[in-house]
Design a binder for this molecule. Sequence first.
Ligand code: FES
Length: 322
Amino acid sequence: MNTTDTLQVRFRAVTYEADGILSFELVPMPPLKALPAFTAGAHIDLHLPNGLIRSYSLLNNPQERHHYLIGVNKDAQSRGGSRYLHEVLRAGDTLTIGAPRNNFPLDEQAPMNVFIAGGIGITPMMSMIARTQQLGRPWKLYYAARSRRNAAFLDALHGYHNDPNVELSFTFDQEPDGQRMDLAAIMKTLPPEAHVYCCGPLPMLTAFELAAAGLPPAQVHLEYFAAKESAAAEGGFIVELARSGKSVAVRAGQTILDSLLDIGIEPPYSCQEGVCGTCEVRVLEGTPDHRDLVLSNAEKAANNRMMICCSGAKSAKLILDL
Ligand code: FES
């Protein structure tokens, strides 16, 4: 299955995990017996009947092919994705999903993994933890939530409590005597060979990037849920599509994706915020103005691929492999 392919699944169960957080079990529909394989840290796109496409991390053990599990926080700022899942979707419903993609992979050679999660940012860590356990490597988890009632999967995590390879640390900052997670202090305790992974709200990721600035970049991994900066919408350049031979002028106020949709071309896309990687396209000529949070700095510097939902152009023309 290609990363752009889709399939139909059935929602078999919806489970309360914490205040505002539900988990959903997705199973294959006949004749399919198994779902596509995935790696720890991967996500899938849900194509919702209301037209939205939303990405959610897979939280179950990557060895499992009989189901996928996702955890969904009912976001107060929801643009319709999490609200639909919480309020409309019912067990038994079917839905189209995209094949798993992974922008936040676990380094399977790392001698030790340290996971730092804030709120619903725990979801990709759950599959990473399952895989790290399978690999028999030591790991630590630092998990911050407002309170125990808002923290999903606590029971499952407490199940690791007596494992000598595991260290668990929970921070509930809105409980009496609660404190905020001290990322700088955590970084000082890391063994030099540790790989550190962070997923959570924007302020936490910003603080993490600062705190981890002294670590070797290859050992630092993070995943954003939302954009950090606005999309490039200055316009004023031409996009040429190498495969179809078409070209389009990207006007001020538009992204490249907007301009393509305007002329009836619909490339794959999902988040439209530069965080999911669905709209990635190869750049054959020209210099992109990268605004995404998917590509690493080295990948951005190579200028041979870009996210067209949010990145623009520094050159007068871009030639894309579309
Ligand atoms: S649609 Fe998600 S990165 Fe562009």
